[in-house]
Design a protein around this ligand. Structure first.
Ligand code: CA
Ligand code: CA
Length: 629
């Protein structure tokens, strides 16, 4: 479910995941980032060999229809026809049903059935349970409008503009990435070649269909789309700006009732040097290459930093190297905006221009790696800066635990059983550190779904017989990791874990994202709202598990070289809540994790319709904690 753009992110890192929210603004799931290896020789047995043109459309439509029935409870094969005629009669659609409806829309659009394609998209907008999907499918609707007026240029532009005009001002923009990025037919065919190196599944076939049969005509007509976007943007700009939401904060710098509170950031790319005054120091450990406190971790002075196949050392916090930072560091905000699907910002536009300037597939792979590296370089530092603001009493430990299959270590393969065991052992070492040093609040802006694992496995064509075998292994890997996380929460009952919901614009429980979909008395999952207090376009949600939201769009904080940059993601919303939790513990050290969660959720302010959930209210929460005996 990700476009081949900054896509080799592993842990959704909550800020990673899908640069475009899955089927929403995005076309059917384009592929993973291109791989560097040479194409495999085509053999007659290649299952892709005859899967093109009408055969590809039929394959996608048939499989999507089969899966739709399974994805939407109570659906029968004849249901869809009735829903298309009377959308009001349709049930609230699950995220997976929405994905399949977009597959069907792609097949209809590619086959020239414009009315059916539009009805499918409109059904999603009208009935998707995820209300962010009320704004989904702009790319398709714009292309449908253009095809309807193919012989009249000005009528086409007016019809396309009417599509973009349906977007409220605060939602406008994410749909532009495709028109901005893809400017040449070669780009589409290069992507198609990459997809055809993977196993055949509905997901890869859907991507192939998009690149083969929909994107080329969009590229050919991109000037019309861009003109319409510009027109609507100008209209929006001419109107008075909406009033921003007020996120009040509390600074405990002068608070006499605030005491030391130990916290941790579990992340990548956390630069300890920037937080010297607020760094936790393990009194039993010296930086001398030896395990002084006898916990089997060498030099765990400020935390636990582990990689697959490595022992603890701070160098693994992730530094992509001076040259990479010098060259690509200036693109950081744009990289993170794209990861969060915010394609219309100036910084995002600069990254897109950079990507367009590279046409060689191998060089593009290298560029994407470097851009990803810069994103990881900055992630944990940015998170830590948000978490520590206004609470000088905080003492922060740093954790890093690699997940096998993570992009910078391995490309496009699944983890072995040995690696899964090592992941768990590394995580257990972190849990032991949390308990030994009484860390009260841990922020973990990371996570991944089963579908991410599956997308990696689909590159291993020689290992799996078919997609069913891929899915079986993906479930196994994913279940192991879910258990690893569940173990941590159970092992550290006195610690509050604040976790990012993820940026895939989906229901965390339906997709089983971990850790965001897990349930534990000491786990609080955080979604993101924008500066207007509405759900961020990218935020994951679920009424039971994502109980609190906080500011997560263009949040200013530090990056490792000490500069302040506004970044976006639930990765940034989560430490805003962890920051509040640290403040609660500073003024009321006796709180249990459940009590802290209760205070944060109950004092939260309800989010305006059509969205649901509550936004953390720092002033109200801290006042309630202070009143508590
Ligand atoms: Ca040690
Ligand atoms: Ca030592």
């Amino acid at each position: 479910m990700r476009i081949a753009l900054l896509s080799s992110i592993v842990l959704t890192l909550a800020c990673g995941g899908s640069p475009l929210p899955p089927p929403v603004e995005a076309p059917p799931p384009p592929p993973e980032a291109p791989v560097a290896e040479a194409p495999e020789p085509e053999t007659p047995a290649d299952p892709w060999a005859r899967l093109e043109g009408a055969a590809l459309r039929d394959f996608v439509a048939e499989r999507a229809f089969e899966r739709l029935v399974g994805a939407q409870p109570g659906t029968e094969p004849q249901s869809l026809g009735a829903w298309l005629e009377s959308p009001d009669e349709a049930p609230a659609l699950t995220g997976k049903a929405v994905e399949r409806l977009f597959d069907l829309a792609a097949a209809a659009l590619a086959g020239g059935n414009l009315d059916r394609a539009e009805k499918l998209v409109r059904l999603v907008r009208h009935r998707a349970a995820n209300r962010n999907s009320a704004y989904a499918g702009n790319t398709y609707l714009a292309e449908i409008a253009r095809r309807r007026h193919a012989d009249d240029e000005s009528a086409a532009e007016a019809a396309i503009a009417a599509v973009f005009r349906e977007q409220p001002r605060t939602r406008f923009g994410a749909s532009t990435v495709l028109f901005q990025l893809f400017q040449a037919p070669e780009q589409a065919s290069a992507q198609l070649g990459q997809i055809r190196r993977q196993m055949v599944s509905l997901e890869t076939a859907g991507s192939a269909l998009f690149y083969e049969q929909i994107l080329p005509s969009i590229i050919e007509n991109r000037a019309r789309f861009l003109a319409a976007i510009e027109l609507v943007r100008t209209e929006h700009d001419a109107r008075p700006a909406p009033r921003p939401y007020n996120f009040p904060t509390v600074d405990l710098t002068r608070a006499r009732d605030a005491r030391e509170v130990r916290v941790a950031v579990w992340d990548v790319g956390t630069n300890p040097a920037l937080f010297e005054r607020q760094l936790f120091t393990n009194p039993g450990e010296q930086p001398n290459g030896a395990d002084d406190d006898g916990n089997r971790l060498i030099d765990d002075v400020h935390g636990v930093v582990q990689d697959i196949g490595e022992t603890s050392h701070m160098a693994l916090l992730f530094d992509p190297g001076e040259d990479v930072v010098r060259e690509y560091g200036p693109f950081l905000q744009g990289i993170m905006d794209l990861r969060a699907g915010l394609a219309s910002s100036e910084p995002a536009q600069r990254v897109l221009a950079l990507m367009r300037s590279v046409t060689d597939p191998d060089q593009l792979v290298e560029l994407e790696k470097n851009l990803d590296a810069v994103g990881e370089w900055a992630h944990g530092t940015h998170v830590a800066g948000i978490m520590l603001a206004g609470v000088p009493q905080a003492r922060m430990a740093i954790f890093r635990s690699a997940w096998a299959g993570e992009s910078r270590i391995y490309h496009h393969r699944g983890p072995t059983d040995e690696e899964l065991a090592e992941e768990r052992a590394n995580v257990e070492a972190i849990a032991a550190f949390i308990n030994a040093h009484e860390i009260r609040v841990v922020n973990a802006s990371l996570g991944f779904g089963e579908d991410y694992v599956a997308s990696q496995l689909r590159h291993e064509r020689d290992r799996y017989a078919d997609d069913a075998a891929v899915m079986a292994r993906a479930r196994e890997v994913h279940a192991h990791r879910a258990q690893t996380w569940a173990n941590v929460f159970a092992a550290c009952p006195n610690t509050l874990f604040v976790v990012a919901a993820g940026n895939s614009n989906r229901d965390v429980v339906e997709y089983g994202d971990v850790p965001a979909s897990l349930e534990a008395p000491n786990l609080l999952v955080v979604g993101a709202v924008d500066r207007f207090g509405d759900w961020a376009t990218f935020t994951n949600s679920n009424a039971e598990r994502v109980r609190i939201f906080d500011f997560g769009v263009e949040v200013p904080s530090l990056v490792p070289d000490g500069a302040t940059v506004p970044l976006s993601g639930t990765s940034m919303a989560s430490p805003n809540v962890a920051n509040l939790a640290a403040k609660l513990y500073a003024v009321r050290p006796t709180l249990t994790p459940s009590e802290a969660i209760e205070i944060i959720v109950e004092t939260g302010r309800p989010i305006a319709a059509p969205f649901t959930g509550r936004i953390a209210d720092e002033v109200a929460a801290i006042a309630r904690a202070r009143r508590r005996r």
